[in-house]
Design a protein around this ligand. Sequence first.
Ligand SMILES: [Zn+2]
Length: 983
Amino acid sequence: MVESPGKLARRVLDGSEIGRCPIGAKEVGRYFRGKWGAKDEFKGLGQFACMSRSRTKCLAIPISEKEVILARKLIKNDSAPGPDGVVKTDLIKWDPSGKLLAWIFNGFMVNQKIPDILKSNRTTLIPKDKEAEALKDVTNWRPITIGPMVLRLFSAIINKRLTKACPINVRQKGFTNAPGCSENLLLVEGVRERSIKTRAPLAMVFIDLAKAFDSISHVHLRQTLVNRRVDPGIVEMINDSYCGCSTRVQTDNGYSGRIAIEIGVKQGDPLSPLLFNLAIDPLLAKLQEEGDGFDMGDEKLTVMAYADDLVLLSNSWEGMNKNMGVLEAFCNLTGLRVNTKKCHGFLVDRNKRNGIQLNQCPPWSLGGTDINMVKEGEMVKYLGIKISPLRGPYKPDVEAQILTMGLQITAANLKPTQRVEIFCSYAIPRSFYTAVNNSSNQTCLRNADSLIRRFIKDWLHLKPGTCNGILYSKQQDGGLAIPCLSKMVARCKAKRVFKLYHSNDLLVAKVARAVINPGKFGKLWRAGGGSSQSLLVVQEDLTNVESVSYRGPECWRAEEFRKWAIKNPQGFGICLYEKDKISNAWLRRVERAKWRESQFICAIQMRCNMLPTLELGNRFGPRGNIPLCRACGVTSETGSHILGSCRETKLNRMERHNRLCSLLAQEGAKKKWEVFCERRVTKRDCSWAVPDLIFVKKDTLLVVDITVRSDGSLDWLNKGRIEKETKYKKILGPLQLEFPQVLDLSAHGFVMGTRGKWLESNFLVLEKLGMSKTNRLRFAKLCSKITILKSVDVYQAFNKRGRKGNEEGRKHTPSDMNPQGRKGNEEGRKHTPSDMNPQGRKGNEEGRKHTPSDMNPQGRKGNEEGRKHTPSDMNPQGRKGNEEGRKHTPSDMNPQGRKGNEEGRKHTPSDMNPQGRKGNEEGRKHTPSDMNPQGRKGNEEGRKHTPSDMNPQGRKGNEEGRKHTPSDMNHHTWRPTVFKTFF
Ligand SMILES: [Zn+2]
């Protein structure tokens, strides 16, 4: 089974795999039976009973279909089913309009009862700890209890209504719409700053309520609702949903027996968070009213809550002692327990003449047990952030964190794209959270970003000089959409600061204005890619701040794309790919499921014009004239030469063309067109033309000729289309004579860019063929993918040739290596097969098993699409003949035709001489060392980057677990040098 990326990420980054609970089902069952069957110790709300009334009007009205559909939309599509196995799609299928469900739910409301069948749940366990040892303890697992989907949907609707009806204390930030973590963390910072400024002592205690969700009494929940004057029908119904409610716990070795839930809320039900918040709301209200809080100027801050995570604050030891008393009284009444061992507190007194004093006081106690006092140098963890009593929130070293995770991923045995995925989707987000919640500075984040880019470029074998645009641009613009911490953190912080400035919680808004420097928002805005023109204005007036809405700064990824597009030569033709979901589809993992890693990497290099060629070596090395092509020697070796015009890659280019022809021919055949491939049409002047495809159906005839052009600009591509159309319009007359029944004749150029650009005008052909809109889109994506993949093949075949040269060079004895020996061959010796064998048959010779892509174009196609071959596409070489006007012998036509060559036919210069050297030597002025493979060997030993070094394929061997051939080994020796430059 394939490991899920999330699991893989945990294994790589945390060093352990966390699956299901390893503890036996019986033991787990016993534990939770004890817990949920515990005696209800609720004694009444006593002094906490006085509560604000609910706004009851919106509660007891019938549930509408609209409400059902709205709530259903909010359920995640992959949300786990309850014990009945019903999932979201089942509900949609059964009741698309929501009418039936609305009827059922209104039945619940009228009867104030939930059917027993919906009261069975299942419970899964989520680890609270990362350590394997700790996970053997059942208390380190959090139970998530999931009810049937139908009930969860109902709960979600009731939750929405009840949230409106019963506002909770403003100090409670858990499960609310407010950005609760950041608001509370801001308050911590604000309190600290104020304590420094006013020299007021600061006492803080972080409370750990033991298993609060699992030990809250049902009577307590009910009493809270009654005291709030919630509609009695609703109270009865909610109460009923907990009567006779049971669950079974899922463990590694099966389910536990049935356990009745007699206490605690179901963690996993949409209504539970609100019920819990309501239940502890009286405590928060009492603390704010009667406690002795920390003086914030206009008001006192006594408590901060994030769900069951409470912090008590005060100006003095005595004040805190009083607050603790209120908490203790609430716990005694309601049966909630504080885990004193996990409570931490401190008292900082800055008022003393002899400096700052920490904890010059006895520890506070709860129920007779002392809590822990945080000593100097120690930290207390609050909402995932470490806080030091004297120094405040800990400033994390994001750079070091990224470095550690990057190295962990590098060390793991993963494929390049897996590395990138784990890094971007799992590792970087961890740093993002720490960075966003801490005062991490921009310089540190920018350093972290440069580290991220270096890791990614290294894994993807992209040269360090590769522009950032391809990394940061959106996928729909042809980029990899990699996170940029400095930008994303700044944007996130800008939004938070703005929201804190305009918080509904007036205290938060005031603290934000006091603590956060007014210029900071603008700074963050600009760091996040926003312009000064678009900068939002902070509203001075604190009344009615909730009406102020936030709109983020300009899209930074679009800006990165613009920078890329104007970069020469890496942005060559890139503007063609902006907002093009079709031509960039291959960047999505699902779309390239069967690609090899080396193919994906090569495609990326191609897109940013960074294919390892001699031109590239020249670009980053000492500048000079671009060396001539190693294969043909006719012109400079650039990416576009190899992909578009090199004589040596012609076969592969034709294969690319023919593949597109056969795809289009098939689509025509599917639509019942009569398809003629490469039919020779004689023109009036007795010359003839051979269009790729002619489609005939009833009275319509389409001539289509396919061409793959360099995608430097849209004009070039359009020119290709017009050329083809003009050319083939001339044969429409003769065709009319051949097909007299036809009334509507047209000629079309079907143009693809070498790097997968799909031209909008191609849709016209598909439309004329009668393809549906979805089919047209699917087909366009397919064409784009095939084109770039085949272009990759063109390049890789070229590169393989170069590599082979090197290897042979090395194997030969010195006498072999001299240029004269070779010349001898050309002049009359018979070729031995190994000499002649240009196309990297080497693969076979060396006993490798797969080379489907280079040897056997058809086999590959089969894989890609799993369809049967029509004779027309089996025959890639056939076309070549036509184009060159030669006559073919049957052996030419078949893909193995080249083998025929080896077996003894006479060679024409062009196909015989793999390295094309003969031509060079006879015609041009190059010195032999330029041209022959041995020359290159010299290079390899002298220079650092030789073409074969740059070749990503070498790695592939390792990735796929092949045995190493000498060429692979070669790349091994390359690796360490990269890492040296890397660190
Ligand atoms: Zn060439």
